[in-house]
Structure formats: C-alpha cells, structure tokens
Design a protein around this ligand. Structure first.
Ligand SMILES: *Cc1c(COP(=O)(O)O)cnc(C)c1O
Length: 798
C-alpha cells in the first residue's frame, strides 16, 4: 500500500487519541502497540474484504490447513512488512521520538504451538498468502498458549501464558459463522420414511464453536488469507444456563490450554475432545461455505482441499463423511469418493511414542456417530483389500487394531496423498515405517521438504544482514527469494565477507547484551557462538552437546596453559512438563553452565548460556547471532527440522548428522561448507537389526568418555546428585537409546574442525556466505507451491 510518513503520523496520533484518549508522552508501550496494531488492521481491512468477495464470486478452489498448533510469534512487524510500510512507519515513529522495536516488544508472542509443527503451519500461512494462493488455517484458539519457562535453581518451572489478557488486535470474532458441535450421548439410525437411514441422537451434549479470524497477509501483494481459530462456548439454552460451575469449566477446558507435549502422544480424553472440536467446527464452516456457492456436491473436491497436518486432525475423514452422509444424504460410495479426493495428510514423525492410537471405546463414548463411520470405513477397507492383497497385509494396515483407532492409518486410507517432510523422511516412510501402506497405495506417497518464511527470518530478524544483501545484490531478493543466489557471485570478494562479518558481529553484540541483561553472564562477541535451539528431546541429543562442553572443560582444567578459540554455547529449549528425562538434562546443562561460567581458572574460554523461555521472538534474536548451528539428532529421528534452515539462512555453519533436511542442506551448500559427522541411516538400522549396540563397551574403551561421564557422578558437577546418576545410568545401564556415545568421538572431531576453520577468517566467511546464498531453496514459498501443484490442485489468484 502507499502511505506517506506524514499520513501515517497523523493516522497514528488520531488512533491513539480515539482508542485511549492519550498523547504520545502519556502512553505506555502497550498502549502504543495496541494503537499501532489497530491502525495496521485498518490499513488492510479493505483488502481483506475485497479478497473475501473475489473468492466468493469466482468460487476458486481453496486449501484449508487443519493444524492443532500454530506458532506465529509476533505479528505487528511482519504485517507492516507485508503491507510494504515497515520503513515508513519506523521513520514516522522516529519523528515522534518513538522506536518501533520497543513498541513491538509489547506484543505477546502468539504461542499456540509447541515447536516445529506449529511453526511450520505458520510459515505455511505466510507463504500461501505471499505466493497468492487461497489457503487458510483452521485450528484452536487456546486461552493459554505454550507455558512460559523459568529456571529456579536450575530446574524448569512452567508458568501459564495468558496471552489474551490484554486483548488481541489481530483477531475478529465471527459470531454469525458459529456452529454447533455435538459430543457423547447415543445415536440410533432411524428410517426417515423415504427409505434413508438418518441418525437420531439422544442425550447429546451440544457445544457452540465460535470462530476468531486472523488475516494472514501476503508480502506486498494485497492478499489476505484467514487463519480461523475456534473457541468453545456454552450454547444459550435453558439447560445451558443451569450448568453447574464444574460442568461449565469442563466445557471451557476444551479450548483452554495447548497440550505442551512435543512429538509425544497423550491419550487423554480432553485431547480427543479438542481434536474433534476444531475438526468438526472447521469442516462444518467449510461445508456451509460450499453450500452457499450453490454448486452440486460432486464438485466439492474441485473447490475444497483439506490438509491434515499430522494425525491430530485425522477425524476430518469421518467427519466429512458424516456431513456428506447424514446432512447431505449422499450414498456411502459418493461420500467416500469425495472425501478421499478432498483430504491429504502430512506425516511428521516416525517415532512410536508420537503415533496416535485412541481406545475405540473412548472414541465410541465421546463420538458415537463418528465411531460408527470409522468402523464402517474399516470394515469396507478389510472387505475390499483382503481379496487383493491377503489378510496379513490388511491386518497390519487396518484402522481398528487391538481395540484402538489408529489415526495415521485413518488419515492414509481416507486421503489421496501422504507426504513426509524431507527426502530422507519420505523415503523412510515408503521403505520402512509405512511400507505396508506404500504397497497398497504407492501413488499416494510423496515428499514435500519443509521450508521457512524466509522474510521473517531475514528481513525482520536480521536487518543488518539484509542491508548488506541489498548493497551487494540489490533489493530484488526481498520479494523473489531465488535472487539470494546472486550472492554466490561474491563468494570470493573479501569486501563482502567483511560486511557480512560486521553484520554478524553487530547481531552478536546485541545478543551478548541480552545475555548480560537476562542472565548476568558476560560473553565476548569475538567468541564462536554455538547455538542449539529446539525442544528438549532425547533424540535431539542436547546431551551430546553437553558432553562435548564437558570434554572441553576437562581439557582446559587438565592443561591450564591450553588456548582455544573461545566459545559461547547457547541453548534454548523447553521440555514437556511430564518429560522427566528432558527436565533432567535441563538441570544438568544449567549446573554445568554455573560451574563453567564461574570458574575463573579457564579465563572465560568457554561460556554456557541457557536462555529461558525459547519461543519465536527469542529465536529471532538468537539466530542472526549464531556462528554454529547444532543439528545433531540421531539419524532417522528428526523428520526434517526447520531451525537448521533458519540458521543457515543467517550464515551459521551447520554441524550435523545426516538426518532430516540436513541431508538436503548438505546437498545445497556442498560437503565442504557443512560439518557432517556420525552414524547414517543405514548404520543406525544396522544396529537395530543386529541388536548389538553396546554403550558400556564404548565407555570401557574410551578414556575421554569415561572422564566425561564420571563427572556426572563424582561431584565434579555440583547439585546434580540425582540427575547426574540418571544421565549416567541412561547411557550405560540402559544402553544409550540414541547412540550418543557412539557418535561422540566423531562429533568432537567435527567440533575441532569447526574451531580450525573459524580461525581462518576468510575461509569461514566464505562458507558463511555460501550458506546464505544457498538458503533460498528452503523457502516455504517453494514448499507450499509444491503442495499447491501436486496435492491441493489450487491455483494462484488475485
Ligand atoms: C523453528 C522453530 C522450532 C523448530 O526447531 P527444530 O530445530 O527444527 O526442532 C521450534 N521452536 C521455535 C520457536 C522455532 O522458531
């Protein structure tokens, strides 16, 4: 949009006055933020309205991304960037002696997600709009997002995230789009007198689902898609009015809190309620919208694509069947054909503990009609496939097994596309994890490597680097991310290296200051900033990072004259509140940090900083300052990873196993510009097959590992009596489930190489530059374009 600075300041002052009756001088950051947010909303409201009208008129096919998590972070600056008025607003505010970055801090992070899964959904929202696709989100408006993390005596403490407390400027409540969602009771099929069986419900609990719409703006293209999040309310009926406080609370619980479990399945009833709630509400609203277009139902898949992001929304399959059968009166065959053509599914993990399986009885009690439909899908699947492929393959792939509903099976059988999120992961799905399904439906399997919202992770998060890019290759990369490759032409240009190094240094200074303010730890921006930021999970192996830190520390203690290139190890990670082992690792990292940071004898050559409350905003601060990106999961365990892409884009060099998208990052930058180490997929499966992994043997044969592990139980690290023992036992007594000890030596040599390369500034800067230049292939714009073409069959419009 076009906006002059003068117009903006006039609008802004009026907004402030109308909203809060305040002058600039008397306003708090929060009031300034709310006013600026409201003004921003006003700037895009006309586009939003016209987008909605165009879509309705042209009846374009739209995609709906169903996800139980979205993790957008803050939206003010990203909306201003999309509108093309970020600079204008910044300088207009400056004229009023205000600072946009300070004001933006008042916005709470919208943290309705745990980590990678939710962040991917939000990167996709951004990319869909920015690539002109009509694609919308559908999810839950949790009153409380992911807990806020604090450390007390080195332990993680979880505090509630009441992000809605001060109001949310971006959302719009859509009262007239509310729908009813039914739970429990009994259902009978009754003849409607015309020979059709219709469900008759008794004792059903009816809840009201109210949508809140948040526009998702495209970058400088006037596109506004919608992220629709649902909240539960008790319908205004006489009965509802007399609900006891307890019953009221039980209802409100459905959209009260995000489950804080990442890559872990929680088989609790409330979670199943959440899943059905947003699935049913979302599908009903899509169904209503489709009916309003006045098209025949057979056209449904030509106007609607529904995406099941991980298995949490897999009930989309039976719920759409229910609408088509019970509401529209279609035959099973027609309804099934439409459903399969409409649905697609992304698998995000191969880890057993993350695969959802609901007890059939629980599903029956909560969702009797859906359960009938699931049973019928299963029955027909068995009847159709058994003659074709035999009973044993059918037995392994059917939805109902051992009195449980297998959600991944439901999603695969009920959709036309199943994709993994990186090449390696998709191959594992085809060849190992979902091989049986691959035999049944080879044409349904495909890969869509994840991507990131490049603009947020460069233009917003890293202004310093973005300016260097502008000066070097022009500004076109800001819109056409492919133009980042133009930087390759400067890979041997010392002047460009120098500028990039200066930008990095400024970002490191900014982070150092933040570390001083929040942790009271002094770190030198001249040190290597070595960063591991992601959920705390055993498979991600933060523990291996910690063991390496201890090795360096022990080295320095034993050789006081030794000089190393100083390193600052930076961690950011939340553990699921019920995940004891992950919390133990947090405690140990914190105690090692205290030990090392307080040890004057090593002259500050190592510092360890565990920043609290890792979230999108913190990621935006840390990533631009990173030199080294730790992507060290055990091969085959990390489906893709996306922080690996963000860090690469910001010029960090990756130290990585050949896992997830690290493989593609290596292919993109070349082996000489990344540090790969450790077991590969084949070797890991080799151990599984032979069952001959022996951690104790590795320990017995490696004196360094002995020293490092002993430090957990011999008092070297203070205050971890219990935790140190737990770590020690997990590695030796319980045979090191994630092969940390097996990869440790290779990891240490990779780290040594990193230090050597860093010592040669030119070598390092060139590597860093090539990482930036090759990052564009991980743009979510590209990823969603592939989804749009291969899976959803939606076209760019507007
Ligand atoms: C990108 C991102 C993640 C995902 O990180 P991985 O290392 O890929 O697991 C998690 N949390 C936040 C806040 C992120 O920005």
């Amino acid at each position: 949009m076009k906006l002059t600075k003068e117009q903006f300041t006039e609008d802004f002052l009026r907004q402030l006055q109308q909203r809060f009756a305040l002058s600039v001088e008397d306003s708090s950051n929060y009031e300034l933020y709310m006013s600026l947010g409201a003004l921003t909303r006003a700037y895009y409201s006309a586009e939003w309205k016209s987008n909605t009208e165009v879509l309705k008129k042209d009846k374009n096919k739209q995609a709906y991304y169903f996800s139980i998590e979205f993790l957008p972070g803050k939206m003010l600056k990203s909306n201003l960037l999309s509108l093309g008025i970020l600079e204008t607003v910044k300088s207009g505010l400056k004229d009023l002696s205000l600072n946009l970055d300070e004001i933006a801090k008042a916005e709470p992070d919208m943290a309705l997600g745990n980590g990678g899964l939710g962040r991917l959904a939000s990167c996709f929202m951004d990319a869909l709009a920015s690539s002109n696709f009509p694609g919308n989100g559908n999810g839950i408006r949790y009153n409380y997002g992911l807990f806020k993390q604090k450390f007390v005596d080195g332990y993680q403490v979880e505090l509630p995230d009441s992000w809605l407390k001060g109001g949310n400027v971006w959302e719009v409540r859509k009262e007239n789009k509310a729908v009813n969602v039914g739970f429990s009771g009994q259902v009978y099929m009754v003849d409607d007198g015309l020979g059709n069986l219709k469900p008759h419900y008794e004792n059903q609990q009816i809840l009201r689902a109210i949508p809140y719409d948040t526009p998702m703006l495209g970058f400088e293209n006037d596109v506004t898609n919608v992220m629709r999040l649902w909240t539960v309310e008790i319908p205004v009926t006489e009965e509802g009015n007399y609900l006891t406080v307890e019953k009221r609370r039980a209802v409100e619980d459905i959209t009260a809190v995000l489950y804080p479990d990442d890559s872990n399945y929680e088989g609790r009833l409330l979670r199943l309620k959440q899943e059905y709630f947003f699935v049913s509400a979302g599908l009903q609203s899509i169904h209503n919208y489709f009916l309003s277009l006045g098209l025949p139902l057979s056209q449904f898949p030509n106007h609607v694509a529904i995406h099941i992001n991980d298995t949490h929304p897999a009930l989309c399959v039976p719920e759409l069947m229910r609408l088509l059968l019970d509401v529209d009166g279609l035959s099973w065959e027609k309804a099934w054909d439409i459903t399969v053509k409409t649905m697609s599914y992304t698998n995000h993990t191969i880890m057993q503990e993350a695969l959802e399986k609901w007890p059939t009885q629980m599903v029956y009690d909560l969702l009797p009609r859906l359960c009938q439909i699931i049973q019928e899908i299963d029955r027909r699947f068995v009847a159709e496939k058994t003659p074709q492929v035999g009973p044993s393959l059918v037995h392994r792939t059917r939805i109902l097994q051992n009195d449980h509903v297998h959600m991944a099976n439901l999603a695969i059988i009920g959709s036309h596309s199943t994709n993994g999120v990186a090449k390696l992961h998709s191959d594992l799905l085809k060849n190992v994890v979902l091989h049986d399904f691959y035999l049944l439906y080879p044409e349904r399997f495909n890969n869509k490597t994840n991507g990131i919202a490049i603009r947020r992770w460069s233009q917003l998060a890293n202004e310093q680097m973005s300016q260097v890019l502008d000066e070097t290759i022009g500004r076109s990369w800001r819109k056409n991310i492919d133009d980042l490759v133009l930087l390759k032409a400067y890979q041997d240009d010392p002047a460009v290296w120098e500028k990039l190094a200066t930008a990095k240094r400024a970002n490191k200074e900014r982070l150092s200051q933040f570390i001083m303010e929040t942790k009271g730890i002094e770190v030198s921006p001249a040190a290597i900033f070595d960063v591991q930021i992601k959920r705390l999970h055993a498979y991600k192996r933060q523990l291996m990072n910690l063991l390496h830190i201890l090795k360096l520390y022990i080295d320095l203690k034993e050789n006081p004259a030794k000089k190393m290139i100083p390193r600052v190890f930076i961690f950011g990670a939340k553990a699921a509140p019920s995940y004891d082992y992950a919390k133990t690792i947090i405690k140990c990292i914190n105690e090692v940090a205290d030990l090392i940071n307080g040890d004057k004898s090593i002259s500050g050559q190592i510092k360890v900083v565990f920043l609290e409350n890792y979230n999108v905003s913190l990621a935006e601060l840390i990533i631009p300052a990173a030199d080294v990106s730790e992507q060290i999961s055990l091969a085959t365990k990390e489906a893709s990873g996306t922080s690996n892409m963000k860090l690469m884009l910001n010029g960090a060099i990756t130290v990585a196993t050949l896992d997830g998208a690290n493989v593609e990052i290596r292919d993109a930058v070349g082996s000489e510009n990344i540090f790969i180490f450790g077991l590969d997929e084949q070797e890991v499966y080799g151990y599984y097959k032979r069952r001959d992994y022996n951690a104790k043997k590795i320990y017995d044969e490696d004196p360094i590992i002995q020293k490092v592990l002993n430090s957990f139980i011999d008092g070297t690290i203070p205050n971890i009596q219990r935790e140190g023992r737990e770590i020690y036992e997990s590695l030796l007594t319980y045979n090191d489930e994630y092969f940390v000890l097996r990869d440790f030596a290779a990891y240490c040599s990779a780290q040594e190489k990193i230090s050597q390369h860093y010592a040669d500034r030119d070598v390092w800067q060139k590597m860093s530059l090539l990482n930036i230049a090759n990052a564009s292939q991980f743009s979510a714009d590209k990823t969603v374009t592939r989804y749009a073409e291969d899976i959803w069959q939606i076209d760019p419009i507007f």
